[in-house]
Ligand binder design. Structure first.
Ligand SMILES: [Zn+2]
Ligand SMILES: [Zn+2]
Length: 253
């Protein structure tokens, strides 16, 4: 089976009408990795598979719209019908402290029993099944990791939340599919620096990276989505730009 991406949540910062926050399922030859677990993303995941059957979850940063669903999944694993389950959790700084702060009693300790926690940092590389994962530093107000995932010659890149920069271009270099945040649209003047990208900027970065295909995600739920698509297409020299939407699947290669 070729590497496949299924979007589990495409809304940025807050849920949109019928849309969950950041979550993505990568599947290849029986290996399945969830990238981010924002509000509602695990509800969509369970349309496709049992959360306990994931090989790993990778969380890019500690903002709620990328990690909060792991609290509910802790209980699913702990009280799973087949008995307590474990899942590997590769996570950026601060995520486990944030989530265990929402738990009480024994659950605080048990979180690290049902999730086998691996701390991750920029420059780290690790393998899950046949997927080679490489992490890049993102420009964002809290420590955040963009991810490049290679399976053989197939390259998938995910910006996470990012204000762009050279590291994001390197992360997405020659990607077959670049899933890039486009939280905002229109003129970036007046928007705060160092947090997110506009659709225009996402298109430009995908072009600098030489990505084959660009999929825009993390759009604020209140935006005109067609306008974001037009703005990214205007700066992306490739022709293949699309919008992420919940439960849509792309073959990456
Ligand atoms: Zn976000
Ligand atoms: Zn964020």
């Amino acid at each position: 089976m070729a590497l496949e991406l299924t979007v589990l949540g495409s809304s940025g910062s807050h849920t949109g009408p019928g849309r969950a926050c950041a979550g993505h399922l990568l599947a290849n030859d029986g290996t399945r990795v969830m990238l981010d677990a924002g509000n509602g993303a695990t509800a969509n995941l369970q349309r496709h598979m049992d959360f306990a059957d994931l090989d790993a979850v990778v969380v890019s940063h500690r903002h709620v719209d990328h990690c909060i669903d792991l609290v509910g999944m802790f209980y699913l694993l702990k009280f799973h019908p087949d008995g307590p389950q474990q899942v590997d959790l590769y996570t950026a700084p601060g995520v486990v402290d944030l989530l265990t702060g929402l738990l009480s009693g024994d659950s605080k300790m048990q979180f690290r029993e049902v999730f086998r926690v691996h701390d991750i940092a920029p420059g780290d590389r690790f393998e899950v099944g046949g997927m080679d994962v490489e992490l890049f530093p993102s420009i964002h107000p809290v420590p955040t990791l963009s991810a490049r995932i290679e399976v053989g010659d197939t390259v998938f890149a995910y910006s996470a939340d990012s204000a762009g920069g050279d590291d994001l271009v390197a992360c997405a270099r020659d990607a077959d599919l670049f899933l890039c945040e486009a939280t905002w649209q229109g003129d970036p003047a007046g928007l705060p620096d160092g947090i997110h990208l506009t659709a225009t900027e996402a298109g430009r970065i995908a072009g600098q990276a030489g990505a084959d295909r660009l999929v825009l995600t993390h759009l604020l739920g209140t935006l005109d989505r067609d306008r974001s698509l037009e703005e990214a297409a205007a700066t992306f020299p490739g022709s293949d730009v699309s919008l992420a939407d919940d439960n849509l699947t792309w073959t990456v290669a």
